[in-house]
Design a protein around this ligand. Structure first.
Ligand code: AMP
Length: 199
């Protein structure tokens, strides 16, 4: 079946060899230090592995930490924000490129189109919504881009248990168990994307 994804060279030009990873993560400022440290490490590994970053364009929480770390290590950061979040104190002032969309749906479409793969870091409602939307799009063949759930510090253990229960009770088909890949370390997540995207 032919995937519906947009043609990536249309956005990047055929000569651009760098791949871009869309990362969904928390906007909270109140989380434990360990999540911030791992997020900064992920930013470093992304840049060192020649990936650029697409993210929600916020300066807050893990989003801001990740964007700064990618830039510090030589990667480019694109933030995609809806008009309603383009506010001082929320929108990043340091991203290399900021794209403003009409609303949240357009924003998610832009992030999806421009990314070659996705990583989900710990987060709340916004991150969970982005995670499940991406899985649903993969399930329905709208995209076949790799999706990694980065289960830092066991944060997503309960979610993974729940998904296993849903599979056991047949609300999710067994054949859909592997629509996303779970990792417990940033290194593993990057190794997986390298294997999926760089061959
Ligand atoms: P949450 O997990 O609820 O903190 O939401 C974070 C996710 O939702 C991010 O991946 C963003 O795409 C989006 N998001 C939520 N709040 C903001 C914000 N203040 N600025 C930018 N993006 C946000």
């Amino acid at each position: 079946m032919k995937p519906f994804d947009f043609d990536i060279p249309k956005f990047y030009g055929v000569n651009n060899t760098k791949l871009t990873i869309g990362v969904f993560c928390s906007s909270s400022e109140f989380i434990e230090e360990t999540y911030k440290i791992q997020t900064a490490l992920l930013g470093k590994l992304l840049a060192n592995n020649q990936y650029d970053l697409i993210h929600g364009g916020g300066k807050v929480g893990l989003m801001g930490i990740l964007a700064q770390s990618v830039q510090k290590h030589g990667g480019k950061v694109t933030g995609i924000l809806p008009e309603s979040l383009n506010l001082q104190g929320i929108a990043s002032e340091t991203d290399d490129e900021i794209i403003i969309t009409k609303d949240m749906s357009d924003r998610k479409n832009e992030i999806r189109k421009r990314s070659h793969g996705f990583i989900v870091l710990p987060g709340g409602y916004g991150t969970l919504e982005e995670f499940f939307e991406t899985i649903t799009l993969i399930q329905l063949n709208y995209t076949h881009k790799p999706l990694v759930l980065l289960n830092i510090n066991g944060y997503y253990d309960i979610l993974i248990d729940f998904i296993n229960t849903a599979i056991q009770k047949k609300f999710i088909l067994e054949e859909h168990r592997n629509l996303f890949h779970t990792c417990t370390s940033c290194e593993e997540a990057i190794d997986y994307l390298n294997k999926q995207l760089k061959i």
